[in-house]
Design a protein around this ligand. Sequence first.
Ligand code: PMP
Ligand code: GLU
Length: 386
Amino acid sequence: MSLSTTIALDTRAKELVAAGRDVVNMTVGEPDFNAPEAVQSAAVSAVRSGKVRYTPAEGTPSLRKTIAEHVTATRGVAYAANEITVCHSAKHALSGACLALIEPGDEVLMLLPAWVSYVEIVRFAGGVPVSIPSRGDLGPDLDAIARAITPRTKGILINSPCNPSGYVMTEAEVRALGALAQRHDLWIISDEIYRRLIYEGERDFSPVQISPELRERTVIIDGASKALAMTGYRIGYVAAPRAIAAAVGKLHSQLTGAPNYISQTAFEAGLVQEPPEVTKMCAEFDRRRQRIVSGLRALGLETPMPRGAFYAFPSVAPYLDERGSTGLCEDLLEQENLAVVPGSAFGVDQHIRFSYATSLEVIEKALLRLESFLQRHPARTAAMRR
Ligand code: PMP
Ligand code: GLU
C-alpha cells in the first residue's frame, strides 16, 4: 500500500514550516475554520459527563437515530437508525464498506480524477480498481463507464462533489449511472462528504433518490470532517441497506471497536440543527473559489470552475517535463515554497490541485509564487524540453 500523497505532502510542508521555511501550504483538504460552537461545547460537556466509555460498535443509538433523520431530511429518502453505522471517519466508513462488499478479484470502477485513497482501499479489500478517464470537462464519461463493465464488476465508486476537480454530477448523470448499476447488478458507493459544500445554487443528487431499488444497492459515505470542519475529531458514517450497515458494524466490532464517544456526541450536536457557522463557512469558500480560479485563469492556466468541495484543479500540461505533475510540484516547493498536490495522485497527471480551504491572504501569496514560477518556466520552453 502506498502512503496517502495528500497526507505525506502536508506532513512535509509542515516539517519545512517548522524548520523555518516560509512555505505556502495548499496541500491537504481541511477547513481552516474551527468546528462550530455547538460542536465544541458538546465535546467539552461529553468529556465532563463521565460517560466517556465504550459505546456499541455501530455508534450510540441516539447518534444513529440523529444521522438517520439527517440523511432522510437531506436526501429526501427515509433511513432508519439500523441502516446507519457510525465510523471513526469517512475514510473508515469507506474502508468498512469496501471490506464488507468486495470479494477477492471483484472489479470496482472509479472515475478519474479519483481521490487518492480509493485505489488503495479497494486493493486492500482484495478488489481490482478500474480507473475510467473523464470527459474533457472532468465529468463522467458514461460510454467509457458502460464499456468498462465486465462480469467481474462489483460496483462503482462515485464522489460528487468531486475531490479534486470540484465537479458536481448532474441529476441526469447520476440517473444514467444508476441505470447501469441496475442493469448490471452493481453496487454504488457514493462518497457524499462534500455534499453540503456546493456553490452557485447547485443541487447535489444522490443515487438513493433515483428509486427504492437504487437505494437498496447504494452505500452512502459521509462524515463530519468537511461541512462541520471537524477533521481532527475523526467521525463519519455509512448509510446503507441494513445487512451492509450491520456488516460494517461487525467488522468494526472486531477491528477498531466503538467510535470515539466525545466525537460522537459532538457530531450529534452539529447534526440536530445545522450550526449557523456552516453557511458562513460555505460563503467564505465561495469567495476564495472565485479568487483562486480567476487568478489561475489570469496566469493562463485552463481551470475548470469547481462547483463544489474546496479544490481548484488547473491543467498544467504545457509546463510538464518527463517527471510529470510530481516533478512540477517538487519544483514549486523547492523553488517557490509553494506546496500543492500533483494530479498524478488522482490518476490525472496533467493537473495540479490547490486546496482553497485557506485564507485569501494565502491564496494571494500562492498566486504570486506561481506567477513567478511560470515566468521563469515559459510554457513553450517546457514543451520543447518534452
Ligand atoms: N472522501 C473524500 C473524497 C475526501 O476528500 C476525504 C477527505 N479526507 C474523505 C473521504 C475522508 O474524510 P475523513 O476521513 O476526514 O472523514
Ligand atoms: N481529503 C483530504 C485531501 O484530499 C484530506 C487528506 C486525506 O485524508 O487524504 O486532502
